[in-house]
Design a protein around this ligand. Structure first.
Ligand SMILES: [Zn+2]
Length: 235
């Protein structure tokens, strides 16, 4: 293999690694966003249950204080009724006492229901907290891995770019220009000619191109313009 070809292939190997790293790097923000979304979903599911529990706890406190207020009322009415002289006023007070007691009875029934609900909700929240803690931990671990992976890729990329610049100085400038133009396209700029088939576009080259290539020249594919090399005759 001639030295120009050897240097060019060494440069291409480094440049292809850089291209692969760049492609990998562009996928990372999406992967990170997907993880952050999963994290938000897990936290939201827990919050829904926590909010329901809080609402029940508030309802319990409100019901308890309403019962206490009504009990106070009953006490006051009973104390006052002893001082009332007129019968109709006395009857009205008794009716009001009964009304308060009925209301207290209703609220106590409601309170029992709320107590059952709050027990069930506390169990659910504890269960959800346990499960979501495990999920959150695994998602956060993945996020940290992605961040260090990104750092690693960038470091590797910097080292490879330096290497590519150095390797490029070994390649003759007109050859490097041809190569650099092709590097902007997809695929490898310089590919092997397999018999008479270009391994970039899979098309047959002309006999003239094939002969030149097998004779050790760096030629371009007639179809895709990628640079071709051959192992035949270059050994
Ligand atoms: Zn081709």
């Amino acid at each position: 293999m001639n030295k120009q070809l050897f240097d060019l292939l060494a440069l291409q190997e480094v440049d292809m690694k850089i291209r692969a790293l760049k492609a990998r790097l562009t996928m990372l923000p999406n992967e990170r966003a997907a993880n952050e979304k999963r994290l938000a979903v897990v936290s939201a599911a827990l919050k829904v249950k926590q909010d329901k529990l809080k609402a029940t706890e508030v309802a319990i406190r409100n019901t308890e204080s309403e019962i206490a207020r009504l009990n106070d009322n009953v006490q006051k009415l009973q104390t006052n009724s002893a001082l009332v002289k007129k019968n109709n006023e006395y009857q009205a007070m008794l009716a009001e006492i009964q009304h308060n007691k009925d209301k207290i009875g209703e609220l106590e029934t409601r309170l029992l229901g709320l107590m059952e609900t709050v027990d069930a909700q506390r169990t659910e929240v504890r269960e959800e907290e346990k499960q979501s803690a495990a999920r959150i931990k695994s998602i956060k671990d993945e996020l940290h891995e992605l961040i260090s992976f990104e750092k690693e890729i960038k470091e590797q990329g910097r080292a490879l770019v330096a290497k590519s610049k150095e390797f490029a100085t070994h390649v003759e400038s007109s050859l490097l220009d041809r190569y650099t133009r092709l590097l902007r396209d997809s695929g490898s700029p310089i590919v092997k000619l397999d018999g008479e088939i270009c391994t970039n576009c899979s098309f047959k080259v002309t006999p003239q191109t094939r002969n030149a290539c097998h004779g050790g020249m760096i030629v371009n594919c007639d179809n895709c313009s990628h640079m071709l090399y051959s192992d035949n005759g270059n050994e």
